[in-house]
Design a protein around this ligand. Structure first.
Ligand SMILES: NS(=O)(=O)c1ccc(Cc2ccc([N+](=O)[O-])cc2)cc1
Ligand SMILES: [Zn+2]
Length: 256
């Protein structure tokens, strides 16, 4: 496919197909806390996800994405650096193949195990996500660091990522991402870009300072709050995993 994270198709060569990679507001960045300037005009970020409607979960070959119904303003983020409410479109994770250095943003050079991105778009100024994704104030992505995954969480990631064969999707209803959010939303914010191709410089980044430790509790909440969906996913993926393991297909020790 067009791009990936390998030697031949990774970030160092993305500029060949996506010249904006050499732009002046590319993400991710290393956040250096004591170089960040305090902006007293910035208020708190407010999330209204109570009526959120997750639709499906899919594996696009680069990440696991949970899509939401964004046909109205039922799930929005507002406040902070945002002039309008931005609609929740999808969330996805970035994690590493080796242990715990999968986050995209780093804080004073330190990376976390993984990073959750909640992607929103400015439906006040633009009519479609695609249009917003090419505008300088079109998208707002809430980035949340996840730290030190236990074995249980790795298994869940494994289930999600490997059960959903590339390009497949499963319906995944009733999941509210609020259960994955830290209580205090202290954040850094900067104008940046999509962190993967097409790398459009259209993202107002809001990176939450405090990482969440994705504990069994969080994952259970994930399972709990989306019982119908995850319930359907897990046994199937459990079966898949069982087959995968027992049929000797399990060739290497997967590390997230
Ligand atoms: N990692 S991230 O910066 O939050 C990110 C969020 C969403 C996307 C998906 C995507 C966003 C926009 C387009 N586009 O405009 O053609 C295509 C794919 C890609 C990357
Ligand atoms: Zn992302």
């Amino acid at each position: 496919n067009l791009w990936g994270y390998g030697k031949e198709d990774g970030p160092s060569v993305w500029h060949k197909n996506y010249p904006v990679a050499q732009g002046d507001r590319q993400s991710p960045i290393d956040i250096v806390p004591h170089q960040a300037s305090h902006d007293p005009s910035l208020g708190p970020v407010v999330l209204n996800y109570d009526q959120c409607t997750s639709i499906k979960i899919a594996n696009n070959g680069h990440s696991v994405v949970v899509e939401f119904d964004d046909s109205d303003d039922r799930s929005v983020i507002r406040g902070g650096p945002l002039d309008n409410p931005y609609r929740l479109k999808q969330f996805h994770f970035h994690w590493g193949v080796k242990g715990c250095h999968g986050s995209e943003h780093t804080v004073a050079g330190n990376s976390y195990a993984s990073e959750l991105h909640l992607v929103h778009w400015n439906a006040v100024k633009y009519t479609t996500f695609g249009e917003a994704a090419t505008a300088p104030d079109g998208l707002a992505v809430l980035g949340i660091f996840l730290q030190h995954h236990g074995r249980f969480v790795k298994a869940v990631f494994f289930f999600f990522f490997f059960f959903l064969l590339q390009g497949s999707a499963a319906d995944f209803k009733g999941f509210n991402p609020k259960c994955l959010l830290p209580s205090s939303l202290h954040y850094w914010t900067y104008l940046g870009s999509l962190t993967t191709p097409p790398l459009h410089e259209s993202v107002i980044w809001i990176v939450v300072k405090d990482p969440i430790t994705v504990s069994e509790k969080q994952v259970t909440c994930l399972a709990g709050s989306s019982e119908p969906a995850l319930g359907r996913l897990l046994p199937a993926s459990g079966l898949y995993l069982h087959t995968f393991l027992t049929q000797g297909l399990y060739t290497r020790n997967w590390e997230f």
